[in-house]
Design a binder for this molecule. Structure first.
Ligand code: HEC
Ligand code: HEC
Ligand code: HEC
Ligand code: HEC
Ligand code: HEC
Ligand code: HEC
Ligand code: HEC
Ligand code: HEC
Ligand code: HEC
Ligand code: HEC
Ligand code: HEC
Length: 401
């Protein structure tokens, strides 16, 4: 046992002397290349860590400690200690809890670290979530995380101090978002039909969660429909013309035969929640009036439906609204003074009649019933426009003028 110890010891001694000789040679040849600082403090490396705080590396421990070994306490406590050399980190309106408490060393190692900025954790998100555990939990369990949050919290929050609540780099309701989503700033400002939702106090945050959520696009509700109906559950007034909008929640409740996209919960299939240049913030145009010259590019409907339904004067397939092969959609909608779809359909929800046919149509200020009756092979209606007229796909009807 004793012998083995002696063996190890002597080997180490030999190795060490050899290395030492080599080191002195190297040092001598490099003497002239040393900087003033290196000559003063020496070149011995105090730390093998990736990041070393310069005052620690210099070896002048008494800059911060009352004694050279660092055992007798600090010359003053952080943050003042740190502010001897650094700009204050608590100079703005909102100060992060630990910074206000002077706990610089809760996040920074004053000597050395494997992490950039001398941080005590290997990534910024790990650092933040070591205290903000609920946010850590959220990051790991939430389905859709906003990419800049996944990347690092400091994309939006300053770790020390900022002029905006929660030490955010800009006002949280909108300015922060458009720092990166520049296109949204331009879009919401320039569109002709603006959305009143953006005038509500929380702006972008009325609909989105900045960190992420269980829902696509970080919406705060499961579907865009639920989201829309949180506000459209009353008759909101448009900024533009003072028009009183339909109470959509009530309308859908009273009209349970919902149009396909609404059944899916997707109001944003047709409306752009950020505003648009089309009637009622639609994603594509839709005619404003009861009558309009037909042009398939003026109808958002053809994003999903075939334009032949309206365009083909004669058809046995494009639509069921035909008398024999005579397309009644063509008759009503096509042409210079075509009736727009709203004359007969409601694109949100209906009841009583099939095919999303509305019960009443509004012409100017008048509301009149269309009195639709469906048959197996066709149907008939008797609006104010004309006496009851019939269509039948199999045995075409002759209607009196
Ligand atoms: C930039 C200022 C600064 C310099 C330079 C510095 N220290 Fe420290 N040191 C601190 C602070 C601050 C703490 C208290 C850390 C805490 O709060 O956990 C500390 C703590 C210590 C401790 C207590 C144990 C520990 O690691 O937490 C020792 C020992 C120590 N330093 C030794 C040294 C030595 C030796 C040097 C010079 C090679 C040195 N320090 C240089 C700021 C410094
Ligand atoms: C909550 C954790 C936390 C606390 C507490 C904290 N810092 Fe920081 N600090 C950071 C993070 C994170 C960074 C890196 C920021 C980056 O890279 O964007 C940083 C960067 C720095 C930097 C380098 C970049 C810069 O902004 O100048 C200095 C210097 C600094 N901190 C000093 C301090 C001082 C002094 C204190 C105490 C008053 C302190 N920090 C308290 C987290 C913290
Ligand atoms: C004696 C002067 C001095 C004191 C005291 C001092 N620092 Fe530094 N610190 C420096 C210098 C010099 C640098 C390197 C230049 C720079 O990045 O600004 C530095 C850099 C840093 C960095 C950035 C490291 C990186 O990776 O870029 C952080 C963080 C930091 N210091 C935190 C602190 C904290 C926290 C305290 C107080 C506990 C403190 N410093 C006290 C001189 C000092
Ligand atoms: C050492 C623990 C600690 C670390 C690490 C830490 N925080 Fe904090 N944070 C706090 C404390 C304490 C508060 C104050 C809580 C309060 O006032 O209710 C706070 C408050 C906040 C607040 C304001 C919350 C509110 O409700 O007012 C935000 C935002 C925040 N921290 C973000 C961060 C970010 C981003 C990081 C990472 C860069 C981070 N924190 C790292 C301890 C920490
Ligand atoms: C895309 C920008 C952004 C990023 C990145 C971000 N936040 Fe936030 N954070 C916000 C906004 C905006 C608010 C204000 C939310 C509000 O008013 O409802 C906020 C609020 C907070 C709050 C206080 C309110 C709350 O939700 O508890 C904490 C704590 C917080 N963030 C922590 C974090 C942490 C930790 C990270 C990194 C994992 C992070 N944030 C990343 C934008 C961001
Ligand atoms: C630091 C930059 C940054 C900030 C600040 C920021 N975002 Fe993002 N956001 C991104 C990036 C990067 C993506 C992913 C790339 C993309 O889809 O554009 C993203 C994606 C999104 C998406 C999903 C896009 C998609 O098509 O899936 C939404 C919604 C979103 N952000 C909303 C917001 C809101 C609301 C705010 C303000 C609270 C905000 N963002 C602030 C950078 C940012
Ligand atoms: C009225 C609710 C609402 C408001 C307010 C709102 N959004 Fe959205 N946002 C949505 C919905 C719903 C979607 C999904 C749209 C879709 O599926 O086409 C979305 C999608 C997005 C997307 C991804 C798709 C795209 O259009 O680029 C981004 C980015 C986005 N929003 C950012 C913002 C920003 C930034 C603000 C504030 C200026 C904001 N949103 C305000 C409801 C809203
Ligand atoms: C935070 C409340 C809020 C939410 C959520 C909201 N809206 Fe609105 N919306 C309004 C207000 C207020 C108005 C009236 C002011 C205006 O925009 O003209 C409005 C107006 C409208 C208009 C008429 C715009 C015009 O001027 O012609 C449409 C269409 C509309 N919203 C659809 C939607 C859809 C679709 C959604 C869901 C994606 C939605 N809204 C979500 C508040 C909201
Ligand atoms: C299939 C496309 C489509 C879908 C899906 C859709 N809308 Fe609409 N919406 C329209 C069209 C087209 C108009 C214009 C109606 C008009 O002027 O006659 C409109 C008009 C509106 C209006 C104004 C009504 C008025 O009083 O003039 C509101 C509010 C509205 N939609 C909200 C919603 C909400 C909320 C949803 C989801 C529940 C939704 N829309 C889904 C096509 C759609
Ligand atoms: C004059 C009234 C009227 C107008 C205007 C009208 N429709 Fe129709 N539409 C009907 C009737 C009636 C049916 C039912 C046909 C049947 O099944 O018997 C129908 C059926 C439909 C159908 C179901 C499939 C089919 O074609 O049978 C779609 C889709 C449709 N219409 C879309 C539109 C679109 C898009 C517009 C506007 C471009 C429009 N309609 C204008 C009366 C009208
Ligand atoms: C995003 C796709 C989409 C858009 C845009 C769209 N629809 Fe539809 N539409 C559907 C789906 C899916 C159905 C089938 C489910 C149903 O009956 O609601 C449907 C069904 C219909 C029906 C009833 C068909 C039947 O036989 O019962 C009518 C009428 C109709 N749409 C009219 C319109 C009108 C008018 C527009 C334009 C304002 C329009 N749609 C825009 C997807 C869309």
């Amino acid at each position: 046992m004793k012998r083995r110890f002696f063996y190890i010891f002597s080997t180490l001694l030999v190795l060490h002397t050899g290395l030492f000789a080599a080191e002195t040679e190297k040092a001598a040849s490099k003497e002239s290349a040393l900087t003033e600082d290196e000559k003063f403090y020496g070149t011995e490396l105090r730390s093998s860590k990736k990041v070393v705080h310069p005052p620690y590396e210099w070896g002048d421990c008494t800059v911060c400690h009352t004694d050279a070994k660092g055992e007798g306490g600090l010359v003053q406590d952080p943050p003042e200690l740190c502010y001897m050399c650094h700009e204050p980190k608590d100079s703005k309106k909102f100060i992060h809890g630990p910074v206000a408490a002077g706990a610089c060393t809760a996040c920074h190692n004053p000597h050395e670290s494997e992490n950039s900025k001398l941080l005590v954790a290997s990534s910024i998100n790990e650092l933040c979530t070591s205290c903000h555990q609920a946010k850590g939990e959220f990051l790991h369990t939430t389905t859709h995380i906003h990419p800049p949050v996944q990347d690092k919290c400091t994309n939006c929050h300053d770790p020390h101090t900022e002029d905006h609540l929660y030490q955010l780099k800009a006002d949280r309701f909108m300015d922060l978002c458009v720092m990166c989503h520049v296109d949204k700033e331009v879009w919401t400002r320039e569109v002709s039909v603006k959305h009143g939702a953006l005038n509500r106090p929380r702006k972008c945050l009325e609909c989105h969660d900045p960190h992420g959520s269980e829902n696509p696009k970080f919406l705060i509700k499961e579907t865009s429909k639920e989201l829309c109906l949180t506000c459209h559950n009353q008759r909101l007034v448009t900024d533009e013309d003072g028009y009183k909008l339909t109470n959509m929640a009530k309308h859908l409740e009273e009209n349970p035969d919902w149009h396909g996209p609404i059944l899916w919960g997707d109001c944003a299939a047709c409306h752009n929640p950020h505003g648009s240049n089309n009637l009622r913030m639609l994603k594509k145009p839709f005619p404003k009036k009861f009558y309009d010259k037909f042009d398939k590019d003026h109808y958002i409907c053809f994003e999903c439906h075939e334009p032949e339904k309206i365009q083909d004067e004669f058809t046995t397939t494009a639509t069921n609204f035909r008398n024999g092969d005579k397309n009644m959609h063509f008759v009503h909608v096509n042409g210079k003074k075509g009736r727009t779809c709203r004359a007969c359909h409601d694109f949100h929800g209906t009841k009583e009649y099939p095919h999303h046919l509305r019960k009443k149509t509004s012409f100017g200020k008048i509301n009149f019933p269309i009195r639709y009756i469906e048959t197996d092979t066709g149907g008939s209606c008797a609006p104010a426009c004309h006496a009851r007229r019939y269509y039948d796909r199999e045995t075409p009807k002759v209607n009196l003028k």
